[in-house]
Design a protein around this ligand. Structure first.
Ligand SMILES: Nc1ncnc2c1ncn2[C@@H]1O[C@H](COP(=O)(O)OP(=O)(O)OP(=O)(O)O)[C@@H](O)[C@H]1O
Length: 609
């Protein structure tokens, strides 16, 4: 499909809004640079030889033109006496030696800097991921998964270059530049100064141009990241797109974004190309001054031909570091933005944190008390408005109520994914804020509505409940929840590979797998968010049987959707707008003819019939 045809409809108008992840460039910030360099500290053993090799490499590069001067002035055309072939061989031999040393030093430098770069990036990514895993639900509520992903991948990658080459190259260029300036001025002050007249000129022109180039590339990156965001969303929503036959419209929108990206790239690339001539013109000007003024000095007998040739060599090496230092500065500004975003995550404190004096929760019986809980996700909007309830060990509690009434919130607080604004949740009489999070969550099992299946085998997925479980334990758990039969019917039984998110499994099968996983974990308290999807009667019966096995002897909180589950519960809690409005057994509540009765009549009439 032609890309231009797709742009007509979306010109200046975007169907989806993609928020750009902050500015790409940030001002230079020393404190942040210092923080980044802390990551290099453990690799002193590699950094020191890398810098040493860099110094050797630079010194040998600086020494080579000096040998050219000596070869011309002392061997080819000496001021006094005849040309000397042995001397020429000597200088040529020394030059060869310097090249070999330079090559070896550079090879080792690159080897060490690569190691440092890889290790630093590994550590940074490790710290970031470790920290993100600790962050509370509130953090993830505010951020789409995509933006978190971008920080671990793109932003960390953006720093890779800085750590691999940037730091050592920066030092190398500074040393080389300084070395050349000193050599030129010491060797012949007047000629050296004359050549360097062009430097400020080049500096002014290149700074202005480079700024425009930087912004142009930033624009390209922004456009590319929008394409990525759109691609990510499109692939995830592909089923909806196909179901609503929106492929053509999607394609047009994608073409529009693609075209905008190409235009932005062309602009940046054209500006980039303009940079080459600026360097060439200034370096040509420098060379012109060298030969014009140099010839003048030769005529006066102030310098030799060898010195002129040597100087020409030095200024050949002069522009490269200047050019690279400019690039390095742009790279640093980009790295500033990336590191700021990375540190913003690393500095984020989990809102649910452990007290210093938190002790491990001993093996629990399973008595749960919610004591006058008030909770809000956003300030001023209470999701729970004074909830008090009690579950004795082994009791099953069904939570029912309209959508948004607060069922999931109660469960979130029991697992301590959030802390209440006031009131407390106690297990066996202990406030859950006084115990370690790990000891709490490891004794509370959750079966989610949308069972998360990881890519791997069926066996691995069940084992996720208890990593140390034996194969026999896994089969036993699967049998107890009636999952064994369907697993054995899969092509490779327990070794069947399931794709990410378990697409090859039916909804009911996924439920049974998650029951087996929870049973294996053997928690004293079980939370069940029952799937709403209707399933065939046979599976429904299996699930009811499985539930019986799963709930036996445990305290359970169920967001129940099936009438059979609700009926069997020891206590039904009816929620409405964050309050408990009714509470009791099924028959009692039905007889009350209140909210519960209305809910059941509206939603479950067809099932109870
Ligand atoms: N992460 C969140 N951030 C802000 N508000 C939230 C968040 N999660 C839930 N809420 C709000 O809190 C209230 C209770 O939501 P909750 O998810 O507990 O309801 P629910 O009864 O479980 O609903 P459903 O049956 O639809 O799952 C709702 O008003 C909802 O909009």
């Amino acid at each position: 499909m032609s890309s231009t045809s797709g742009t007509d409809k979306y010109d200046k108008k975007e169907r989806f809004i993609y928020k750009d992840d902050d500015a790409i460039e940030k001002p230079f910030n020393w404190a942040q640079v210092g923080r980044l360099f802390v990551y290099m500290k453990p690799y002193k053993r590699q950094l020191i030889p890398a810098i040493f090799m860099m110094i050797i490499g630079t010194l040998t590069r600086l020494a080579t033109p000096a040998l050219v001067i000596l070869a011309i002035d002392e061997a080819i055309q000496p001021a006094e006496g005849a040309a000397s072939l042995p001397k020429l061989y000597l200088y040529a031999g020394l030059m060869l030696l310097l090249y070999v040393v330079q090559w070896a030093a550079n090879s080792y430098r690159i080897k060490y800097t690569n190691i440092i770069g890889q290790k630093v990036i590994y550590d940074l990514r490790h710290d970031l991921f470790k920290h993100i895993q600790k962050l509370s639900f509130r953090f993830f509520d505010k951020r789409p998964a995509g933006s978190v992903l971008v920080r671990i991948t793109n932003d960390v990658n953006a720093l890779q270059d800085l750590f691999t080459n940037g730091v050592v190259n920066l030092l190398m260029d500074c040393v080389q530049l300084l070395g050349i300036v000193v050599i030129l001025l010491v060797w012949n002050f007047k000629l050296g100064l004359a050549i360097m007249v062009t430097v400020p000129l080049m500096f002014i022109v290149s700074t202005a141009l480079r700024k425009r180039i930087r912004f142009a590339w930033q624009d390209v990156r922004m456009k590319q990241s929008r394409i990525n965001a759109h691609l990510n969303e499109s692939i995830q929503g592909m089923k909806v797109t196909q179901a609503y036959v929106q492929e053509k419209d999607n394609m047009r929108f994608f073409d529009y974004m693609n075209t905008v990206n190409v235009k932005s790239w062309n602009k940046a690339s054209a500006l980039n190309q303009a940079f080459g001539p600026v360097i060439e013109i200034t370096s040509a000007l420098g060379t012109f001054i060298l030969f014009w003024y140099g010839a003048h000095l030769i005529q006066q007998g102030a310098i030799t031909i060898g010195l002129l040739v040597g100087f020409a060599n030095y200024i050949g090496n002069f522009w490269d570091p200047i050019n690279r230092l400019g690039q390095m500065y742009s790279q640093l500004l980009i790295a500033m933005a990336s590191s700021e975003r990375i540190f913003e995550f690393i500095d984020e404190e989990p809102t649910v944190s452990e007290k210093g004096a938190a002790k491990a929760l001993p093996n629990i019986r399973g008595d749960v008390v919610f004591d006058n809980i008030i909770f809000e996700y956003e300030k001023g909007r209470q999701a729970l408005k004074g909830i008090s309830l009690e579950a004795k060990a082994g009791q099953s509690i069904a939570l029912v109520g309209h959508t948004g009434s607060g069922k999931s919130t109660i469960i979130n607080l029991l697992c301590r994914f959030y802390d209440p604004v006031s009131g407390s949740v106690r297990i066996d009489g202990k406030d859950i804020r006084d115990v370690t999070i790990e000891s709490l969550r490891s004794q509370v099992g959750i079966v989610m509505q949308d069972t998360f299946i990881f890519s791997g085998t069926i066996r691995d997925n069940i084992r996720y409940g208890r990593l140390g479980a034996s194969d026999a334990d896994i089969v036993e758990a699967a049998k107890a929840v009636h999952a064994h039969d369907f697993i054995m019917n899969l092509p490779d039984g327990y070794d069947t590979e399931v794709e990410e998110r378990g697409n090859i499994l039916s909804m009911g099968q996924r439920q049974l797998l998650s029951f087996a996983r929870a049973l294996l974990a053997n928690p004293r308290i079980l939370i069940l968010d029952e799937a709403t999807a209707s399933i065939d009667t046979d599976t429904e019966l299996k699930i009811q049987e499985a539930l019986k096995a799963l709930l036996a002897g445990r305290t359970s909180f169920m967001i129940a959707h099936r009438l059979s589950t609700i009926r069997n519960a020891d206590e039904i809690i009816v929620l409405d707008h964050g309050r408990i409005v009714e509470q009791g057994k099924h028959e009692t509540l039905i007889a009350k003819k209140g909210i519960y009765n209305g809910l059941i009549e509206a939603q479950y009439r067809f099932l109870s019939a």
